[in-house]
Ligand binder design. Structure first.
Ligand code: MN
Length: 134
């Protein structure tokens, strides 16, 4: 791994924050945490992360609404957003993709495979494409 990639984790559940941060840092990522859409928007004024992990269910503005907002803003449009949701419903993936997410990871996360799953969604700087689409 080269320079540390920065991941913004938008997640309101403290136990999930701790777990996701620990797993990603162990894999060499730098993690920024936001507990709400407001906190995320505040951080994104100064921070351009390489990836955003977006909990769908947040207090206040939900994760998919925030994703739509980020995708309509030229300043944040290019940042890949991966949805994190406890819902395992078949249609959820499509809903997340429609909101502008590049992919979807179900919670509870599998700590053995989570970092590898996340790594697929970074933009390959040489081709400017996602390693795996969807
Ligand atoms: Mn939540």
């Amino acid at each position: 791994m080269n320079e540390k990639r920065v991941i913004l984790v938008v997640e309101d559940n403290e136990a999930n924050q701790v777990l996701v941060q620990a797993v990603l840092e162990l894999d060499g990522y730098q993690v920024q945490l936001a507990g709400s859409a407001l906190e995320a928007l505040d951080l994104l004024r100064d921070l351009v992360p390489d990836l955003i992990l977006m909990d769908v269910q947040l207090p206040g503005q939900d994760g998919l609404s925030l994703t739509r907002q980020l995708k309509s803003d030229p300043a944040t449009r290019a940042i890949p957003v991966v949805a994190l949701t406890a819902h395992a419903m078949a249609g959820d993936r499509e809903v997340a993709l429609k909101a502008g997410c590049v992919g979807y990871i179900a919670k509870p996360i599998d700590t053995r495979t989570f970092a590898a799953a996340v790594s697929q969604y970074f933009i390959d700087t040489e081709t400017d494409r996602h390693v795996v689409a969807g």
